[in-house]
Write a protein that binds this ligand. Sequence first.
Ligand code: SF4
Length: 231
Amino acid sequence: MSPDLQDQLARLEAFYGPPELPAATDPFEMILWESVAYLVDDERRARVFARLREEVGLLPLEISTTPPEVLAEVIKDGGMQPEHRAGKLLAAAEEALDIGLDRLEKLIRTAPDKASKELRRFPGIGEPGADKLLLFSHAKRTLAPESNALRVLVRLGFGEGDEKNYSRMYRSAVKAVAPKLPEDFAWLISAHQLLRRHGQEVCKRSVPLCEVCPLTEGCRWFLSRAGDGTA
Ligand code: SF4
């Protein structure tokens, strides 16, 4: 039997406190947020994003008319390969101009499935990324778990699989939690944030810190190891 999701999330909120909203929640700005930096923490990503906003702007036309080398300089503190990341920002801006942000926003409101297809045209946006953009737009009832949150969900007992077949694992967890999700977008977004933080800080990829975790009761992964003496 899968654990009580609402109870597990209440425990996480008691453990970490209420999560903050990310710096970007508009769909196009969230796409830029993902591309602006690589393998850095959120604080550093936020600094690079703020510099992009101040020195270039966040509108597709403002980005598409900025030379790649200038973009690369503006975002250079965002980790490896600034030229590659600048190329992704330019490609995202070109897609946005081609699709039209007004049309995209209308699709998100009225036809989330069609919007998902359009969102997947942007660089680096697959099914999980499109789900996340739709979640933060209050257009799709999902947890849209990114890799850390997904690992937590599967260890808890929602879905099956491993990272060798990421899309199968993602779909399995999304399907397993779907019947348990409320129609409350504030709760869903908070749950997305809390699960991500839990995967980053406690339910780590190689060695989960179960000894400090508030979710041991009802966690499939923990209970299976407790049963065989390895927890
Ligand atoms: S008990 Fe361990 S495996 Fe289960 S969610 Fe907590 S840290 Fe992850």
